[in-house]
Design a protein around this ligand. Structure first.
Ligand code: DAH
Length: 340
């Protein structure tokens, strides 16, 4: 019987040492020490022993049980410790590792330039207004002194939606809409940024591009005011040393009309490839609002006068950031856009 007990002990200890998790140890406990366990059944058979043998065998059985229990508990502790260590290792954080970089969005150069231009004119007392991109022929042409058969309509290759509805070819219709709304109140001082559309698509033209329109109407506005405002604009936009010059031009909605050049942003006026060796770069069209345009929108050309101008935002952006291909502004190549 003693042999049997020792064999159980050895088997139990062996199994305990081989156990790799707490469930296995629990099974082992039940298997050896449980009510129907191996040790228990040996102890039950002690009744058949000679009474003189019982105390000694009983003592051996107790020792075996204690030994198994002790080993079980020890192995439980060892496993628990190992599990904790594994958990800690799994949850370990390397706080010296470089973090995940979240890329920030940024403003498109057209938006940046639009906002800069808006800021300059806000500083000069102008308000910002907007108008529709799908426009009536009346506002885009007719009320700007471009009747249906006017040859100057050809300059603005138009996307027509129907004979009377089109995609605006310039921001000038916002002038008319603003005057209609305000007349006869004075003064009117607005700029109107927005998208415009023309049937053009090549290296220097895009079918959609951006303009900013300006309009100032008051009782005594002269061309000197126009010159002053645009001089300040050019100096703030391109640097204080920038020179401006007016060249006579023609627009149906202004009289007189002019085109404005600034001294070349690359060579400062000495002459280089960018300015075709002229020293000057054209930046916008402008003029004194035509009396007919004033009258059609509800102002008396006796009591009110004003100036207007219109510029292409892409062109300003290209000059400002020295971009020589218009198309990069529309390609949305992140490597290009990330530079702004
Ligand atoms: N609307 C003209 C264009 O798109 C630009 C322009 C010229 C606007 C003279 C004006 C102006 O307001 O007075 O070509």
């Amino acid at each position: 019987m003693e042999q049997k007990l020792l064999a159980i002990q050895n088997k139990a200890l062996e199994e305990i040492n081989a156990a790799v998790d707490l469930d296995m140890l629990n099974d082992i406990r039940v298997h050896f020490l449980g009510k129907k366990g191996e040790l228990t059944s040996v102890l039950r058979s002690m009744a058949s022993l000679d009474p003189s043998e019982r105390p000694r065998i009983g003592q051996v059985a107790n020792i075996v049980r204690d030994r198994i229990e002790e080993q079980l508990n020890q192995q439980i502790n060892t496993l628990r410790e190992r599990i904790t260590k594994q958990q800690l290792a799994a949850e370990k954080l390397d706080i010296t590792m470089p973090g995940t970089v979240f890329e920030l969005g940024r403003l498109h150069p057209i938006t940046l330039v639009t906002r800069q231009i808006e800021d300059i004119f806000l500083g000069l007392g102008f308000n910002i207004v907007e108008g529709p991109e799908v426009e009536l022929d009346y506002y885009n042409f007719e009320a700007l002194n471009l009747p249906k058969d006017h040859p100057a309509r050809d300059m603005q290759d138009t996307f027509f939606i129907s004979p009377e509805v089109l995609l605006r070819t310039h921001t000038s219709p916002v002038q008319v809409r603003t005057m209609e709304k305000m007349a006869p109140a004075l003064p009117v001082k607005i700029i109107a940024p927005g998208k415009v559309y023309r049937r053009d698509d090549d290296a220097t033209h895009s079918p959609m591009f951006h303009q900013i329109e300006g309009l100032a109407i008051d009782s005594k506005i002269t061309m000197a005011d126009l010159r002053g405002v645009l001089k300040i604009f050019a100096e703030q936009m391109f640097g204080i040393d920038t020179k401006t010059r007016f060249r006579p031009s023609y627009f149906p909605f202004t009289e007189p009309s002019a085109e404005v050049d600034i001294s070349c942003v690359i060579c400062g006026g000495k002459g280089c490839r960018t300015c075709s060796y002229s020293g000057w770069l054209e930046i916008l069209g402008c003029g004194m609002v035509h009396p007919k345009v004033l009258e059609m929108s509800g102002y008396s050309s006796q009591d009110a006068s004003g100036f207007a101008f219109g510029m292409g935002v892409e062109r300003i952006a290209m000059l400002k950031y020295r971009i020589d291909d218009l198309r990069v502004l529309f390609d949305n190549d992140k490597r290009f856009l990330d530079q702004f």
